[in-house]
Unconditional design. Structure first.
Length: 507
């Protein structure tokens, strides 16, 4: 096959992705043999080709109480075919040596680090992890272009995930996917390619599903509908290793690629799917990370990040990674033991999204009234010392303009808001009141500051301030460190969730 620079991100040719998954069978030599035979199969086709691996850090991904369970399909499969990180790297090197683009799907945060360390060209997000927000936050820290699979996802979820990554300047491709293994023809839903292309016109759209290995009509229709990347599970049957019902042998891959040249049309359901088959949802549910308690908790406890872990398997009615969001707060309704699944019926959920949107609306109104000029695309930091529900009583919003050896930030107080007493161990700061009035207490001495007043606050000086009118304060200081604020009220330091950061919030 013709060599193509794998780091050229422009989809000038169709990209065919061979998903090895666990079909290396935990045998590195067998995996390398698959890669080499695929190289021969691809000769003579004017396409781009990639081989994809899957990375799992099993000690983190599978809950300790379930690691020895042979009656759970995916846990048994993953543990029996596990490779060391060194052997995974050998497979990745073989992918590159045979002229393929390298792609990898991580299922947990530690695996993301390994994907980066091993130098893959693309990072793939599996359908079961699409709305795994803690994993998405980790993936967003990488430099790699992303391919997102969308099995089982309604458009609202896809919108949120696409927006999340685009706001972080990630290069995206989206793949229509059906999570049944194998997928019957009647469930291919190929018209979803049209839906994705219309809705996300600025990203490449592809086709990934798990139809029978001899089924070649789907790829024809996908090409006719404008898909530019395609994925198929591949493997190699031997006397020792049988091939599963949805993975293609090299000869079947060749037929698939030949069928891709014809690009004939097929039809599916109009519009985006909102109903999913029981087998698909069962398969995806089995793959989702679920919430397990890491400590005993009493009733009325607000879940914090260190109160739970995310691991497989999930059980019916259990909270999953898709439920964990910075906008949702969970409170236990009854005592919870350590090391057990946390069920939805055992917690109450408070969605803070509307609270955050209301705060953003009022901050924008304050900026408009004050005529303060704020550069676009700056992050808004909402500091809620006693919780979001008490933000209008105690808290402040901050916008960092620059933070180097010198720092400039805007402090925003809504009418009636109070910022509790605190001090800094590192920075010196100067307040310049741009709008409104504040009552400033500096080492216990009160003074009223009005528009255009300037106040120097030395390192270590205790200070608090409130505003009856609302205020915009320019803070000029030495470097601002996130953990440099010390509060007189010790309960504030205990609240580890007292910051909410919002990007792309300005018109």
């Amino acid at each position: 096959m013709a060599w193509v620079n794998p780091r050229d991100l422009i989809m000038s040719k169709l990209l065919f992705i061979f998903e090895m998954a666990n079909n290396h069978m935990g045998d590195t030599a067998h995996g390398i043999r698959i890669i080499r035979e695929l190289r021969e199969v691809c000769e003579g086709f004017d396409f781009r080709f990639a081989v994809k691996l899957q990375y799992r850090n099993l000690p983190e991904l599978i809950h300790p109480d379930y690691r020895a369970r042979s009656d759970l399909k995916f846990i048994k499969r993953f543990t029996e075919t596990a490779l060391s990180w060194d052997d995974n790297k050998r497979l990745k090197d073989a992918i590159v040596e045979n002229g393929f683009i390298s792609i990898c799907t991580p299922f947990d945060e530690a695996s993301v680090d390994k994907v980066v360390e091993h130098g893959f060209d693309y990072l793939k997000v599996a359908s079961c992890s699409l709305t795994d927000w803690p994993l998405a936050e980790k993936i967003a820290t990488t430099h790699l272009p992303l391919i997102l699979s969308t099995a089982g996802a309604v458009l609202e979820d896809v919108d949120r995930v696409v927006s999340f990554h685009q706001h972080r300047d990630k290069r995206l491709s989206i793949m229509h996917c059906v999570g049944e293994y194998p997928t019957p023809n009647a469930h291919l839903q190929l018209s979803q390619i049209d839906v994705l292309r219309r809705r996300y016109s600025n990203v490449d759209v592809g086709y990934s599903t798990h139809e029978a290995p001899d089924q070649c009509d789907g790829v024809k229709m996908a090409i006719a509908k404008g898909a530019t990347l395609f994925e198929k599970h591949v493997g190699l049957a031997t006397d020792k290793y049988p091939l599963n019902a949805y993975s293609a042998a090299p000869a079947q891959v060749r037929l698939w690629l030949e069928a891709a040249r014809t690009a004939v049309a097929m039809n599916g359901t109009e519009g985006r799917r909102h109903e999913f088959s029981a087998p698909e949802l069962k398969a995806l549910g089995d793959l989702k990370r679920a919430v397990f308690s890491t400590r005993a908790m009493g009733a009325g406890h607000i879940l914090q990040a260190d109160d739970f872990c995310l691991a497989m398997p999930s059980s019916e009615g259990q909270l999953t990674a898709s439920d964990i969001s910075k906008y949702t707060e969970y409170c236990t309704l009854r005592p919870v033991e350590a090391g057990v699944p946390i069920l939805q019926k055992e917690v109450s959920a408070t969605d803070t999204r509307s609270l955050v949107h209301g705060i953003v609306r009022d901050i924008k109104a304050l900026l408009k009234t004050s005529a303060a000029v704020v550069p676009a695309q700056l992050e808004l930091e909402i500091s809620h010392h006693y919780g979001l529900e008490r933000f209008r009583e105690a808290g402040a919003a901050m916008i960092t303009v620059i933070n180097r050896e010198y720092c400039k930030r805007l402090l925003l107080l809504l009418p009636g808001q109070w910022h509790p007493e605190h001090w800094h161990t590192v920075k010196d700061e100067t307040f310049h009141v741009l709008y409104g009035e504040i009552d400033l207490a500096l080492d216990g001495k009160h003074r009223k500051c009005v528009t255009n007043d300037v106040v120097v606050i030395a390192q270590g000086a205790k200070h608090e301030f409130r505003s009856a009118t609302g205020a915009v304060i320019e803070e000029v200081s030495s470097t601002h460190a996130r953990n440099d604020s010390r509060y007189t009220d010790p309960s504030i330091a205990v609240n580890t969730q007292r910051k909410t950061y919002i990007t792309n919030w300005m018109d």
